[in-house]
Structures are given as structure tokens and as C-alpha cells.
Write a protein that binds this ligand. Structure first.
Ligand SMILES: Cc1cc2nc3c(=O)[nH]c(=O)nc-3n(C[C@H](O)[C@H](O)[C@H](O)COP(=O)(O)OP(=O)(O)OC[C@H]3O[C@@H](n4cnc5c(N)ncnc54)[C@H](O)[C@@H]3O)c2cc1C
Length: 379
């Protein structure tokens, strides 16, 4: 991290998260990352250190941290445990609490901050991934609320979450103008089917089937007509956070590899002396720094109340790709020992790889950037 980008407070905060994460999470990352099991103990530790409260607004019992701090916390945690760092983003979805009745928001906020209430975000459907406007899960008006029926898929934390923010269609005749968003209790009317994934394993990605699941009127988070725009606005933040997860994780891979190449000798000298080795690391270090600059530029724009759609999308195709390539080369620079699952690099590669797709593929991000560059009618 460079002091030109961050205030003294941000640097001190980054240092404190780094020390905590190195002590609490780094030694046990691989153990957690290779199990299909919710990381309960680590989640409690995150709560104990106030990490789950960072994104919860102060008026609802959280810390209301600024966006740069949320980014810094994500990057530093991801350096030690990619999967755990996602909880910074997920607890920041508590920002939507202000759409609920104040009493309910004041009750839910502290529960999110303590780790008692886990939320997930359900947008993707079997027939609507990149094309979010095509969401079909039906919200039917009933007395006092809405009945939700249909399927969401690929929902991170879907296996474990207590509540989901769900994008749903209130009136199919309106197309994208019929979309609204709801806060839904994942009770017994919701069936969960968990994926067997290569990475993200402690985060329980799942399909959720809703069958006349009742949602009271007060749990409509985003009114009919604003569902898609609000989802795209949330993506601006979420995409950057996913990038910082990749950047933190790949930075750690480079650190591990820098250590290795200084110590490993071949043909009578440390392999770091071969430019095929050192220049490879120099290139990845450069790509990660460029991705980091884009990420914090996007967060700074958001913090200033401006749109970062262009920068978030630039970052979202570039950072995960840079991380995947960096970690892959780190594996090669270790030789055979990194092919073993006993080293963390293979798992780090699998973990970051998911973020190439989550919240929008590289093609979709390039579409956004190209529209900014050329004009919507030309792309
Ligand atoms: C690890 C992980 C976590 C996820 N977590 C969540 C979550 O918590 N909640 C949630 O709702 N979803 C989640 N997702 C789903 C994710 O957002 C979608 O998978 C993603 O948006 C792509 O949708 P799709 O898989 O249906 O692919 P499709 O939309 O079917 O796309 C398939 C391919 O076609 C390409 N393509 C599609 N349209 C175009 C176009 N116009 N131009 C060029 N190429 C195009 C895509 O880039 C892609 O390569 C997650 C996914 C992963 C892998």
C-alpha cells in the first residue's frame, strides 16, 4: 500500500487488519478453504474484531466505515484468507437497512454486526445470468405483502444465509420496469441445493427455490421499476470489492513466490537472478498495482457520490484476470512443489478464479467500458 493513495488513518487501519488476519487466519486458510463447511469459528473471530460491523450504518448499530476502509479491510483479509474477506462486502449489504421500518432496521443491524444474521444476494436465475433484466422469479401481490415463486441460482452463502435480498418480477408485462427487490427470510418454504465448487468452498454457493414464500410489504427494499437500476448501482461497489479480494490474494502469492525464488537455487545460483523469473514477478506486481489503483479510484468516486460504472467494470475484468495469471505463474515458479495441494497456491487459484464470473463476466464488463467509450448505440 502506498501513502500517496491513503490517509494516515487508512494506513493504520490496514496495518491493524493485516496483523489481526496474519495472526488469526493466515495459518489456517488452506484448512478452511478446502472444506465445504461454514467457517463458524473464523466468522466469530471476524465479529469479535468488529469486521462484520464495518459496513453496517452507525444508526443501526454498526461502524459505518467509509468505502476506502471497506476496500482496505477486504484486501488485507484476502491476503490471508480469500473466502473470509467476502464477509466485508456481505455485511455492507446492511446499507439497505434504511429501506426497512426503523425498528426492524435497528433490530437487524446489530445482528449482522455480531454474525448472528447472515445475508446473501440472489439475482442470478437458471435462464438469467448476464442478462439481469430477464429475471423471472415472480413476486405476486397478496394481502399484506408478496408471494415469491421461482428459482435463483449460484447464490454465494445460499447454503447458510438467514436472509436474502432477492430481485424479482412483480409484473411480467412490464419487463425490466416490473423488477423490484425484497428482503426475504430463507425459511422452510425455500429449498436449497448446494454446488460442489472448486473454490469459494466455505461460502456455500447454492440454488434457492421459492414456493409462495411470503414477504410482507415492509420488506420491499426497492420499489417496482427501480429493481434493475438499483442492482446495477450495487454492482458498482460489489465488483470493486471482488477485485480487491483477488488483488489481496494474488499479492500474497507473489510474496510467497518472492521468498521462494530468493532461496531456491538452480545452476549454481538463486533462481531470482534469472530474468525469466524476476521479470515475470515484476510484470505481475505491476498488473496488480494497476488493478489496485483502478479499484481505489472507483471507491473514491463512489465515496464522492459519483458513478464509477466505467472504472468498476474496467477493474472487474482486469483484476481477476491479473490475479489468475499471477497465481498461475507463481505456481510455475515454484516448480513441482506447488502442484501439490499441500501448498496453498492451487487453492488460491481456484478461489480467485470464481471472481472472474461472479457479479459479471469479463465480456459484460468490456461491454460496459465499450459503451462508455463508443456510445451505447455503437456497441
Ligand atoms: C463464484 C461465483 C459466485 C457467485 N455469486 C453470486 C451471488 O451471490 N448471487 C448471484 O445472484 N449470482 C452469483 N453468481 C452468478 C454470476 O453473477 C453469474 O454466473 C454471471 O453473472 C454470469 O451469468 P451466467 O453464469 O448465467 O452466464 P451467461 O450469462 O450464460 O454467460 C455465458 C457466457 O456468455 C457470455 N455472454 C453473455 N452475454 C454476452 C454478451 N452480450 N456479449 C458477450 N458475451 C456474452 C458471458 O460473458 C459468458 O462467458 C456467482 C457466480 C460465481 C461463479
Amino acid at each position: 500500500m502506498t501513502s500517496l493513495l491513503f490517509s494516515e488513518d487508512h494506513l493504520a487501519f490496514a496495518e491493524s487488519i493485516r496483523r489481526m488476519a496474519e495472526r488469526e487466519f493466515l495459518p489456517t486458510y488452506l484448512e478452511r478453504a478446502t472444506r465445504d463447511e461454514f467457517p463458524s469459528e473464523a466468522h466469530k473471530t471476524l465479529a469479535k474484531h468488529g469486521v462484520l460491523a464495518l459496513g453496517v450504518p452507525e444508526e443501526f448499530g454498526g461502524q459505518g466505515a467509509d468505502l476506502i476502509s471497506l476496500g482496505v479491510a477486504t484486501e488485507e483479509l484476502a491476503r490471508c484468507d480469500f473466502n473470509l474477506s467476502l464477509f466485508v462486502l456481505y455485511t455492507a449489504s446492511a446499507g439497505t437497512l434504511s429501506a426497512l421500518p426503523p425498528d426492524e432496521a435497528r433490530d437487524l443491524g446489530p445482528r449482522i454486526a455480531s454474525g448472528e444474521s447472515i445475508w446473501c444476494g440472489a439475482i442470478t436465475e437458471p435462464d438469467a445470468g448476464s442478462d439481469t433484466a430477464n429475471v423471472k422469479l415472480r413476486a405476486r401481490k397478496v394481502s399484506g405483502g408478496w408471494a415469491l415463486s421461482g428459482e435463483k441460482t449460484s447464490v454465494t452463502l445460499g447454503a447458510y444465509a438467514h436472509k436474502a435480498t432477492v430481485l424479482a418480477q412483480t409484473d411480467p408485462s412490464l419487463g425490466r420496469k416490473g423488477l423490484a427487490s425484497f428482503l426475504v427470510d430463507l425459511d422452510d418454504t425455500v429449498e436449497r441445493q448446494v454446488f460442489r465448487d472448486a473454490g469459494f468452498r466455505p461460502l456455500g454457493r447454492a440454488a434457492l427455490a421459492f414456493s409462495d414464500t411470503f414477504v410482507p410489504d415492509t420488506r420491499m427494499l426497492v420499489e417496482t421499476g427501480r429493481g434493475q437500476a438499483s442492482t446495477l448501482a450495487l454492482f458498482e461497489f460489489a465488483r470493486v470489492m471482488l477485485c480487491l479480494m483477488c488483488i489481496g490474494c494474488a499479492q500474497r502469492a507473489i510474496e510467497i513466490t518472492a521468498d521462494h525464488v530468493r532461496n531456491r537455487e538452480a545452476f549454481g545460483q538463486p533462481i531470482s537472478r534469472y530474468q525469466g523469473v524476476s521479470f515475470t514477478l515484476a510484470e505481475h506486481e505491476t498488473h496488480l498495482e494497476a488493478a489496485r489503483l483502478l479499484a481505489y479510484k472507483a471507491l473514491s468516486l463512489q465515496e464522492a457520490g459519483r458513478s464509477s460504472a466505467r472504472e468498476s467494470s474496467m477493474c472487474k475484468w482486469f483484476a481477476p484476470q491479473s490475479a489468475v495469471r499471477a497465481i498461475n505463474d507463481c505456481i510455475v515458479l515454484h516448480g513441482h512443489i506447488a502442484y501439490s495441494e499441500e501448498m496453498p497456491l492451487q487453492q488460491m487459484l481456484r478461489d480467485v478464479s470464481g471472481n472472474q464470473i461472479a457479479d459479471g463476466t469479463p465480456q459484460i464488463q468490456k461491454l460496459v467500458v465499450a459503451r462508455h467509450l463508443l456510445g451505447r448505440e455503437w456497441v
